[in-house]
Every structure is written in structure tokens, then in C-alpha cells.
Design a protein around this ligand. Structure first.
Ligand code: GDP
Ligand code: MG
Length: 446
């Protein structure tokens, strides 16, 4: 997700050798400047960053390592602002978060994404439907909540968002919800009526968080409107939506310093799992192409139960991994988000992420075929892949509407995959995986 920015930093760092002179540093800074501006990083942010990187590199001594250190430290500063990081819970539940933004910025989607994010972390979340401006707004929210099993508070007979917000807060308190997220109305541009409505809702709720959802695709305008909301109502964090649609990505670098509040989350797709927390230290590592194992591990533990993970590892080691396990694993992986975003978090593999097309595992034709095959198997076959003889394979092919060649190919792949998994479930698993993927990558690019 930070492909362009990561390339910017890499190209600059490569301009400096192990130890070097001022001319090389100038050259590297010039390269960095050009690529940051090309990535649409705000000019003042770029300028300030370059000045401090230059000063610090000189202080540390000119060399690649020192340059990298200066970039990392100053980047962390640029990305940080006073305030919370990620999602912070109030000392006394429910934590109340007001979701604000212009119309179409992604408020409703982001509200549901955030609810799903918190639900995966075992929190009870209630959403309040306080956008009464558009007829379809509540219906959209209702559908999203239904699909994702999120509780929604709405009141069809009430026209006043302030009253609905208050009712929702009472419900959240009485029923011991951990979090209340309040979806609000937006306008095409900031206007007094909108601001007044939001202030009333805010005063009624006294929320712990006031999130401003800004559309990455509107570039500097997104930052400007965030500043406007911050001045008029006050915001405690920015969430950048539609970051996936912004090919450059530079906007994320300017939010904290330009608005003066932290960037808290980034929306990277239309699906509910496409939301990532923005923790400056971790993001800096990712920007440098060094991966972010902390976020990856955190994500994995939210979707994979520890006990289940151990059981699976045991099965794999014994060579007992079967088709039921396979389906369960696929379901877990799906919840983690896109393959591309995951690769970006693995050290050494992040450069691959940019080359990968965003694989949609769930909807790929391959996945559909595999699911069709497995659903044509009997329970016994799913448990013990080894019973699959030719006549069984023929039956499965017919049931799934595929050729026997395809079935054979899948079974062979499954067999290889379980052998591989067995190898990786032992020590050095990650290193093996890396070398395998790197080999594969080499084969792809040939
Ligand atoms: N690609 C992409 N689309 C998004 C993202 N967030 C929201 N959207 C889309 O943006 C459109 C407007 O979103 P919505 O939540 O209804 O905006 P609202 O008017 O602020 O509530 C919808 O089509 C969403 O699917 C995102 O992170 N990535
Ligand atoms: Mg909405």
C-alpha cells in the first residue's frame, strides 16, 4: 500500500554509499525531494523533512546507515502528532466515537470497518444511525451491519439526530457495550448547518474520539477540510479512506503535521476488512521496506484462535492436514485482508507486494473451483485425502463440473502444499518461506 513512497526512499538511500561526502548527500536529498513531490507529499512537509534529514545526517556523519537513521527518526516525527494511536479505549466503557466527514468520504463504510476491526478484537460494538439527511443512508448502514453481524441502533420515528445519538448512548450504557460508533450526516462541502448539527450531537454525547474520515482521492482538499473540521468542531484523529485508489499515497505523510492530530487508520479497499491502523513507528518500517511483523502478528492473532493454531500445526507436522482444515484456514486468511497488504508486512517480501496484482483470494476463479471440488467430496474424503482413487476423482470432477485433469492438478497441489507446510512448521519456517517466495518471484519476473 505504500509502494510509491517506499520506492522514493529506496532510490534516495541507494544514492549514498557506506561512507560518503556532502556531494553524495546532496544528490540523495535531491532524489528524495523529487520522488516525494512526485508522490504528492505536500511541499512544505517535504521541505521540512529534507532539512532535518540533512542536518541529522551531517550530525551523525555522512553514510548510508546514518542517512537511513535520519530519515527514519524524522519521518517518525512527521507522522506523529499529540494524541492517541490506533484505537484507544476509554477507562470507563462505552468508548464513544463520533464519525464525521463530507458526503461520500467513506464515513459509513469506515464506521462498519472499525466495528468489524473491534469485533475481531473481542469488543462489543454498537453503531448509531445518525445520518438522517439521505434516505438511503440508514438502509445502507442497516445492510452492512446485518452482513457483518454488528448491532445497530436506529429510530425510524425520530428526525433529530441528537435525540437518536442520546438514545443510542443510553442503550450502549445499559447493555454494557464496549464501544459506540456514531455515523453522522455529511455535506458536499463544509456548511454552517452541518457544523451546527455535528456540534449538537457532539455536545450531547461528549465523545472520547472525534474521527474525521477524509477521502484520500481528493488530495490536499481532504487535508484542508480536516483542518476546517478541526477548527470548527475539533477532531481527535483522521482516518484516510480510499487509500487504495490513490496511486501516489503522499497524502498520508502530511496529515499529522498539517492537521495537528494523528492519522489513526487507513482504509485500503471497499471490503470491511480493508482497514489498517496507522502506528508511526511501524509505518516507518514499512515505508523503508523493512516490513511490520508487529502488525502482522497482531492481525493473525485476531483471526486465528491460538488453540486452533496449535492444533493445526500439530496436524500439519503429522501429515494429517485435510480438506476441512484447508477450508477453515482459507476462511481465516480471508479475514486478514488482501494478500498484497499482508506481504508488505513481511520483512524482505515487501518489495514483492508491489509487483503482485491484488489477488482476491476469495473471488478468484481458482478459489471457486477449489471450493466446488471440496464440496463434491464426501465427509470421509475431506478427512482423509489419501482415499481418493480414480473412480472417486471422476465422481468429484463430475460433481464440480470440472475435468479430471483439473481435479488431479488440485490434488497434487494440495499434496505439495501440505508437504511444504510440514517443512515450514518446524524451525526456520519463516526463512524457508522467504527463500521459496523469492525463488518464485524470480521465476515470475523471468
Ligand atoms: N476503494 C475504496 N472504496 C471505499 C473505501 N471507503 C469507502 N469506499 C467507498 O466509497 C463510497 C462512499 O462511502 P460511504 O461510506 O457511503 O460514504 P459516506 O457518504 O461518507 O458515508 C462507497 O462506494 C464505498 O464503498 C476505501 O477505503 N476504498
Ligand atoms: Mg454515510
Amino acid at each position: 500500500m505504500f509502494d510509491v513512497l517506499t520506492d522514493s526512499f529506496k532510490s534516495a538511500i541507494n544514492k549514498i554509499r557506506f561512507s560518503d561526502d556532502e556531494k553524495a548527500l546532496k544528490n540523495a536529498l535531491e532524489t528524495l525531494k523529487k520522488s516525494l513531490l512526485k508522490a504528492d507529499v505536500y511541499h512544505k512537509v517535504t521541505k521540512d523533512l529534507l532539512l532535518s534529514v540533512e542536518a541529522d545526517t551531517k550530525k551523525y556523519g555522512i553514510g548510508q546507515k546514518q542517512f537511513l537513521r535520519a530519515i527514519k527518526e524524522n519521518l517518525t516525527k512527521v507522522l506523529s502528532a499529540n494524541g492517541n494511536q490506533g484505537f484507544v479505549f476509554a477507562s470507563k466503557p462505552p468508548t464513544v466515537a463520533l464519525m464525521m466527514g463530507l458526503q461520500g468520504s467513506g464515513k459509513t463504510t469506515t464506521t462498519v470497518k472499525l466495528a468489524v476491526y473491534l469485533k475481531l478484537r473481542k469488543k462489543r460494538v454498537l453503531i448509531a444511525a445518525c445520518d438522517l439527511q439521505r434516505l438511503a443512508a440508514v438502509e445502507q448502514l442497516r445492510q452492512l451491519c446485518l452482513q457483518n453481524e454488528i448491532d445497530l441502533y436506529e429510530n425510524k420515528n425520530e428526525k433529530d439526530p441528537v435525540k437518536i445519538a442520546k438514545e443510542a448512548l443510553s442503550k450502549a450504557k445499559e447493555e454494557f457495550y464496549d464501544v459506540l460508533l456514531v455515523d453522522t450526516a455529511g455535506r458536499l462541502a463544509i456548511d454552517n448547518e452541518l457544523m451546527e448539527e455535528l456540534s449538537h450531537v457532539k455536545n450531547a454525547l461528549e465523545p472520547h474520539e472525534q474521527f474525521y474520515v477524509a477521502d484520500s482521492m481528493s488530495g490536499q482538499d481532504a487535508v484542508k477540510s480536516a483542518v476546517g473540521f478541526h477548527e470548527k468542531i475539533g477532531i481527535s484523529g483522521v482516518i484516510l479512506s480510499k487509500y487504495d485508489g490513490d496511486g501516489k499515497g503522499g497524502i498520508a505523510l502530511g496529515v499529522a503535521s498539517q492537521v495537528g492530530v494523528p492519522l489513526r487508520f487507513i482504509g485500503i479497499g471497499e471490503k470491511v476488512h480493508d482497514l489498517e491502523s496507522f502506528i508511526p513507528e511501524r509505518i516507518v518500517n514499512r515505508l523503508m521496506g523493512e516490513g511490520d511483523l508487529a502488525t502482522l502478528a497482531e492481525k493473525t492473532t485476531t483471526v486465528i484462535d491460538e488453540k486452533e493454531a496449535k492444533a493445526i500445526t500439530k496436524k500439519i507436522q503429522k501429515g494429517e492436514f485435510n480438506f476441512n482444515d484447508f477450508l477453515a484456514q482459507m476462511d481465516s486468511v480471508k479475514k486478514l485482508g488482501s494478500m498484497k497488504s499482508l506481504l508488505g508486512m513481511i520483512p524482505g517480501l515487501s518489495s514483492m507486494a508491489g509487483q503482485l496484482k491484488d489477488m482476491d483470494l476469495e473471488n478468484s476463479s481458482e478459489m471457486k473451483r477449489i471450493k466446488a471440488m471440496i464440496s463434491s467430496m464426501t465427509p470421509k474424503e475431506r478427512l482423509s485425502p489419501s482415499v481418493l482413487n480414480n473412480s472417486r476423482k471422476r465422481r468429484i470432477a463430475q460433481g464440480a463440473g470440472l475435468s479430471q485433469i483439473e481435479v488431479n492438478r488440485f490434488l497434487k497441489q494440495f499434496d505439495n502444499a501440505s508437504k511444504l507446510a510440514k517443512r515450514f512448521s518446524g524451525k526456520g519456517g519463516m526463512a524457508n518461506l522467504q527463500s521459496m517466495l523469492q525463488n518464485q518471484n524470480r521465476n515470475f519476473s523471468r
